[in-house]
Design a binder for this molecule. Sequence first.
Ligand code: IMP
Ligand code: MG
Length: 175
Amino acid sequence: MSELDLKLLYSQEEIARQVQRLGDEISNDYPDSEILLVGVLKGSFLFVADLARAIHSPLIVDFVRIASYGSETQSSGIVEIRKDLELPIKNRDVIIVEDIVDSGHTLESLYNLLLRREPRSLKICTLIDKTGRREVSIHSDYVGFSLPDGFIVGYGLDYAERYRNLPDIHLVQGR
Ligand code: IMP
Ligand code: MG
């Protein structure tokens, strides 16, 4: 596989600052209740790890794996659960933790699916809100960065499974 042409977009310092801000906001919003963080695999694995440590409220963590069909850079809107949650969410305060919202199809399907399990509250925290390509109306309660468009890799985000381990987030050039 040929190397991609990458341009630095968000440095690890900037990411750490935004993650801490999100952690502070969430801690303020849930001073006493126990939060259930639902990480969406695989892209959010690093974000969940850092966000969980930035939240001071009591919390538990679970993961869900969603398969969204389409090309490597474009989601089709057809979504299926590959690995379900292990914990029940009924009457819990749940926050979905997603790496990036693009068309919004993945998150919309997951949100509606979890809502049917009757959590006490259900919110969305996304590291990156790619605002320019939304196809469904879905509202994120906590947003790290807003990005109009562009394909990005690093800090959990992949291109064909690669580049997830880059500490900074980079824009893929020429796409
Ligand atoms: P959506 O269903 O179109 O909102 O797509 C969301 C999913 O597509 C994310 O959870 C990512 O896995 C993937 N995705 C969307 N944009 C990017 C990107 O710029 N880089 C890497 N993955 C992306
Ligand atoms: Mg993802």
